[in-house]
Design a protein around this ligand. Structure first.
Ligand code: PLP
Length: 442
């Protein structure tokens, strides 16, 4: 392993970033709280909290009524859809809201399954969260569809692309794959996988839940058929969001109640949604856009090409989309520096094993999510001790059950997961490493 260089100039103004998130100021037993639990759900900026309260205070109503608050609710939902369309780079009618990614994926799996039967095949992966596995597995069991599972390279927990390609054939109707692993942080080459699926005439369903806080999502560039994510993983409210290509949202037949319109995207939304949370989705997307504007102003002097607000010379980009792209460029730089720092520190701790990519040359293929085990300590034991010192990490399988079983860590407590996002700092990483060293000594 080559010695990593640790960047010293932060791409983000962390004082600005952290001032947006009131919950980051908490402390535990006298120590400042360190939120390394982002993969389970991130903290939210003040504007997200305000959007929820303001909706409930001024606009609380059901949709479609002939009166002021209901009309404002309809307009607010349209705004949130437009915001997510900018965030994902698609049309607003291709964005459906739901309670979370798991529920949306069960719904899509049932709709797709209506047209499948014996002789059809689907491809899933060993690396995926169970929310992008069990809905398809259960649909396949109901419909007599064959399931093939793409394996991983055990040494670095990356997808075995050759194995995946060998499992796609003319009978394949769907390839469901995660954009990034919520357990070990691997980022999958989803654009390549979408192409493989399409070449065989199959649909591609992407679970972008873990990728969302770390990397820019561009469904137009990916050309995927569906992509699901959850705003609570990227600084927003507890909501799920489904992107579907217009043609599929129109053609497929979701299970639905009769009075619900057949128009898209509404036919993919069931019952009364969580309006106050939808109101906060716009605030969440606008947080990214403002972060991008702020970062672009700060960084443009140093590197005009990378931090401009012009996007990738794409004149079709809305100003908000261009600002979101700038935000992710800065987030990427900052998280990359945190990854280098954390990896350099973890690799010095005796008896600690890191699962996932550890080679700095491949750090662009991972996010700042670290799964580790330390001989002689269970993940729960370490997470509890860390928690007492104000470090919020996670232990267990985080529903990446196929992976923990495959790597034979499921029965002994899974992994300790240390999950960083852009509001985390180099100083937090250093304090964490010191605390971890002390804990494993004892
Ligand atoms: C990679 C990944 N996919 C799917 C999910 C499920 O998301 P939701 O809670 O929105 O159903 C999670 C949640 O942790 C996840 O990390």
């Amino acid at each position: 392993m080559t010695t990593p260089t640790i960047s010293t100039t932060p791409a983000l103004d962390l004082t600005y970033v952290r001032s947006q998130f009131p919950s980051l100021a908490q402390s535990v037993n006298g120590s400042p709280a360190v939120f390394f639990d982002g993969p389970g759900g991130t903290q939210v900026p003040q504007r997200v909290i305000d959007a929820i309260a303001n909706y409930l205070r001024h606009d609380n109503a059901n949709t479609g009524g002939a009166y002021a608050t209901s009309r404002r609710t309809d307009a607010m939902i349209a705004e949130a859809r437009a915001a997510m369309a900018d965030f994902l780079h698609c049309g607003a009618d291709e964005v459906a809201f739901g309670p979370n990614m798991t529920t949306l994926t069960f719904a899509v799996s049932r709709a797709l399954g209506r047209d499948l039967g014996p002789g059809d095949e689907i491809v899933l992966t060993r690396l995926d969260h169970d929310a992008n596995f069990s809905p398809w597995l259960q649909m396949a069991e109901d419909r007599g569809v064959t399931v093939r599972i793409a394996e991983i390279h055990n040494n670095n927990c990356t997808l075995d692309l050759a194995d995946l390609a060998s499992k796609i054939n003319e009978k394949t109707k769907l390839v469901a794959v995660g954009y990034a692993s919520n357990a070990v942080g691997t980022i999958n080459p989803v654009k390549v996988i979408v192409k493989l699926a399409h070449a065989a005439g199959a649909l591609a369903y992407i679970d972008a839940v873990h990728y969302g806080p770390h990397g820019l999502i561009d469904v137009a560039a990916l050309d995927c058929d569906f992509l699901a994510c959850s705003t609570y993983k990227f600084f927003g409210p507890h909501m799920g969001v489904l992107y579907g290509k217009r043609e599929h949202l129109q053609r497929l037949r979701p299970y639905k109640v009769r009075p619900l319109t057949e128009n898209i995207p509404y036919r993919w939304e069931w019952g009364t949604l969580n309006h106050e949370n939808i109101a906060a989705i716009t605030a969440c997307v606008d947080y990214f856009a403002d972060l991008g504007r702020h970062a672009a102003t700060k960084n443009r002097m140093a590197d005009p090409a990378r931090f401009s607000l012009g996007g990738n010379n794409d004149t079709q980009l809305s100003p908000r989309r261009a600002a979101i792209e700038a935000a992710y460029a800065a987030i990427h730089e900052h998280e990359r520096a945190l990854t280098e720092r954390m990896m350099a520190g973890l690799s010095k701790i005796p008896r600690l094993k890191i699962y996932g990519i550890t080679d700095p040359a491949r750090f662009n293929d991972r996010c700042a999510t670290f799964a580790v085990r330390i001989d002689g300590h269970t993940p729960l034991e370490i997470a509890t001790k860390l928690g007492d010192h104000g470090f919020f990490t996670w232990d267990g399988n985080y529903y990446a059950l196929n992976l923990t079983e495959h790597l034979d860590v499921e029965k002994s407590g899974g992994f300790l997961r240390i999950g960083l996002v852009h509001y985390n700092t180099a100083e937090e990483v250093d304090r964490f490493l010191l605390a971890l060293q002390e804990i494993v000594k004892s």
